[in-house]
Design a protein around this ligand. Sequence first.
Ligand code: UD1
Ligand code: MG
Length: 420
Amino acid sequence: MAARKRASSDTTTQQKSQETSSSSSISPDSPIAPSKAAQILKFSSLFFFVPYSYLVFYHYEIENQLRRSILINAVLSFAGFFVTLRLIPVASAYVLRRNLFGYDINKKGTPQGTIKVPESLGIVIGIVFMVVAILFQYFNFTSDSIWLVEYNAALASICFMTLLGFVDDVLDVPWRVKLVLPSFAALPLLMAYAGHTTIIIPKPLIPYVGLEVLDLGWIYKLYMGLLAVFCTNSINIHAGLNGLEVGQTVVIASAILIHNVMQIGASTDPEYKQAHAFSIYLVQPLLATSLALLSYNWYPSSVFVGDTYTYFAGMTMAVVGILGHFSETLLIFFIPQVLNFLLSLPQLSGYVKCPRHRLPRFDPQTGLLTGTDDGTLVNLFLRKFGRMSEKSLCILLLVFQAIGCCFCFVLRWFLAGWYK
Ligand code: UD1
Ligand code: MG
């Protein structure tokens, strides 16, 4: 959990009166700095929404029924964006009142480093996401909606994960417990999953394996559970810079959507298209609500997202990768997270000492960050590219994430027909 303080039961009367006066001094309308929604919308429209709309409505021939569902989902998600934008300042006042805040570690030694930044705002995103995803079923309901079983199991897992993330933020559970929480949250999906448990053997390996399709049975479910554990934790530990937790999710979610549309456009198999449409129905609301959160979390952050958000976002992406049957592609979109995980292994396994925060060193005189010896991608980038500001480092890491996604598309294009 954060460097935040929870109110202890032995709080003195004096402290209590100070707290009351500080919470009453917070304006109920705007306890935090205004959002950067205009810039975020402009940037995301230019780099994502325009090309994405072009692919959905013009480039690919997609059936009208499917296009209609994608559009309805997009409209609901867009509404979710504005609701989230409106709710974050309200929720910030409430979490601050309950002493759920963190100090911005990369601003320690400056006046900004003494501000109580509201924590766990991921809870707002989780709630709005759930409402959008549940309402969408009403608009997309058909008499043969078998997909609803898996859709609702997916929502149960995401909801369970959000709850456990919030529990972690409030109770500050130990690191080893944190690691296994997603395996509980994945249970609703694993138990309800009735899809296939087979994998298609890559063409170059068929002569060695002697099979074209291999049924993994329960091992496939184990793999699904491990993927959920990886996606959630890997987002949570690639963190600690303003905008990084949400920024990486926004980049990966955008790549997933483009991938889904490309697959729908290129396929004639209704089941395959349905699997990718399913992913779109969950990722569009994820992207929209995350963009609203980024509007407040971008440098300098006026709110922190908490483990509530990192777990929620990781689980949503794991679920769509599993049910959309593109987990290999998803793992390539996660290249920076995989690298960060590998760099973290010595500290996560306890082989090397792991401090509570593995963040760079901040110099209040220059405002620049210097890499430490802690095994993270953030520190590696600082060691390789030299000292830089928090904002520049975050942008650099997000560009790296985007390059990884582009690499995945190029790889898929080269391997098409040869690999599978
Ligand atoms: C994970 C990382 C930890 C990192 C932390 C930062 C591992 C094993 N754990 O821990 O090294 O320091 O995330 O999120 O790799 N914070 C900032 N600026 C930000 C975001 C967060 O200063 O832009 C600080 C704030 O004090 C905030 C706290 O980090 O309250 C949140 O930490 P938390 O998410 O609880 O840490 P973990 O997920 O346990
Ligand atoms: Mg965290």
